[in-house]
Write a protein that binds this ligand. Sequence first.
Ligand code: THU
Length: 133
Amino acid sequence: MTQKLDWQKLFDAAEQGRKNAYAPYSKFQVGAAFFADDGTIVVGGNVENASYGLTVCAERNAINAAVLAGKKLAAIAIVVDSRDPTPPCGMCRQVIAEFAGDATPIASRTVSGKEAHWTLGELLPHAFRRSFL
Ligand code: THU
């Protein structure tokens, strides 16, 4: 059964991911927190590379770690130090869609507290899913 979602707690976890993010090139540190249906929170941050294209976003780092820990996705929170809350990039949306339904909530918050909430279906309508294969 899905545990109750405490967005404040999830954003706090994402903030920890943001602090540990490795972004010496863009200087844009992103934190993400994966909320599992059993209440577990798995944190991620972006990890950049001198070979820029090898950069992995915060969301995918959190998702991959959580999937490998056997967790089922219930929600994702993102924290950024930006003027506006940032949604996940297109690549991350597709990766989220592998493990989420259209109704899965995704929220983003700036360090100053501005928040935005979406569902995956709003961010990635007509997702390409395994059912097409
Ligand atoms: N980034 C994320 O971690 N998540 C996103 O959804 C957008 C972008 C990272 C990638 C790169 O390290 C930095 O932010 C600037 O694009």
